[in-house]
Design a binder for this molecule. Structure first.
Ligand code: NDP
Length: 341
């Protein structure tokens, strides 16, 4: 059973070598009789920004919400898997499931009740790490429940071509909002405008002054800012908010690898403009998953929502796929295909 093992905790900006992950092999074990465990074969593994924060030596501050991975063990993340052997009454051999699994070819799952069964297989299975998985419910809950959007409002999304961002932009368009996105390359900007039908998009790496860029791309101001990056972009968005605007603090990828957060300086604008800024965690919204699935599956099948993931073949390429999130080397959500059968 090949695994991606964490050798050392890391600090600062991760790079593939400094992250000290290695591919190791152990013998496969079977679930113990009547233990309630499952043996699953992992098909797709999800690369998510929060995972690197679980590789940090020192926890606290920015990343206190996350527990550390265990040294010498495979790292853990969301994945799509197939049940190979089950001692749990609710799962049978052959069931397709998604949930938290190991970065390895096969995993023993000791808490199968945290897994969701995949009933709809007429869409690509990798979607259950993205649009139909954790990022999907994050985008849905963050936009609809936290931002409370109204038709015609002006929405700005950062890291807009990522798993969450591309979905927020499309939910906003479906509602009749005007949507602007930022992303880190021309290719990503093209994707936003041509594939996801954003009204406007810009490459933030080409902008020296984010405030000026937002004034140019959002000349009427912003009713809803869906923040995936934090830092300087958040500070600039705050200045450009309209009266009674809402900011959803979804994630702050620009801050995860800093020893000290950059800080936000323009908070007074929240007071004068009566803006509500709210953080949220997807774990509080999983009860909405059935309703979300009922809404989003037809949209995918009718072609009214599209989704782009970036499939990286082979477990051995998983460490570089994960690290690539921090340089933006992915086009769409990075997913590691461990096995196609
Ligand atoms: P993303 O695709 O948005 O994250 C990866 C992308 O972030 C990269 O491709 C890169 O794109 C961009 N990026 C990397 N470094 C920086 C930087 N320094 N400044 C600006 N952009 C950067 O991931 P997801 O869609 O999975 O998640 C979006 C956000 O939501 C993340 O911050 C994540 O941590 C958070 N999240 C929060 C949840 C919650 O419960 N609150 C649940 C799930 C995710 P580019 O080329 O455009 O720079």
């Amino acid at each position: 059973n090949r695994q991606v093992i964490l050798k050392n905790y890391v600090s600062g900006i991760p790079n593939e070598n400094a992250m000290d992950m290695k591919i190791g092999t152990i013998n496969l074990r079977l679930p113990n009789d009547s233990s309630g465990e499952l043996l699953v074969k992992n098909l797709y593994l999800s690369c998510d920004p929060y995972m690197v924060t679980r590789m940090r030596e020192l926890q606290g501050g920015l990343v206190e919400a996350f527990t550390q991975f265990t040294l010498g063990s495979p790292i853990v993340g969301f994945g799509v898997s197939r049940v190979e052997d089950s001692t749990h009454p609710n799962f049978n051999k052959g069931d397709l499931v998604w949930g938290m699994t190991g970065w390895e070819e096969y995993s023993i799952i000791s808490s199968p009740e945290t897994f969701l069964k995949i009933e709809h297989t007429d869409v690509p299975l990798s979607y259950y790490t993205g649009i139909l998985g954790m990022p999907g419910i994050t985008a849905y809950a963050g936009f609809h429940e936290v931002c409370l959007p109204k038709k015609g409002e002006r929405v700005f999304v950062s890291s807009a071509s990522g798993a969450v961002g591309q979905l927020v932009g499309q939910f906003a368009k479906l509602l009749g909002c005007k949507v602007v996105g930022s992303a880190g390359s021309k290719e990503k900007v093209d994707l936003l405008k041509n594939k996801f039908a954003f009204d406007e998009a810009f490459n933030y790496k080409e902008e020296e002054d984010f405030d000026a860029a937002l004034k140019r791309y959002c000349p009427e101001g912003i009713d809803i800012y869906f923040d995936n990056v934090g830092g300087k972009m958040l500070d600039a968005a705050i200045v450009n908010m309209r009266q009674h605007g809402r900011i959803a603090l979804c994630g702050m990828i620009s801050q995860y690898n800093l020893k000290k957060s950059e800080g936000v300086h323009n908070l007074l604008c929240l007071t004068t403009k009566r803006v509500r800024m709210e953080g949220f965690v997807v774990a509080d919204y999983y009860h909405l998953y059935p309703k979300f699935l009922e809404m989003v599956l037809p949209l995918i099948k009718q072609g009214r929502m599209v989704y782009v993931d970036d499939i990286i073949e082979g477990l051995e390429n998983a460490p570089s796929a994960l690290v690539g999130l921090y340089s933006g080397s992915n086009l769409g959500k990075p997913v590691v295909a461990v096995s196609h059968d």
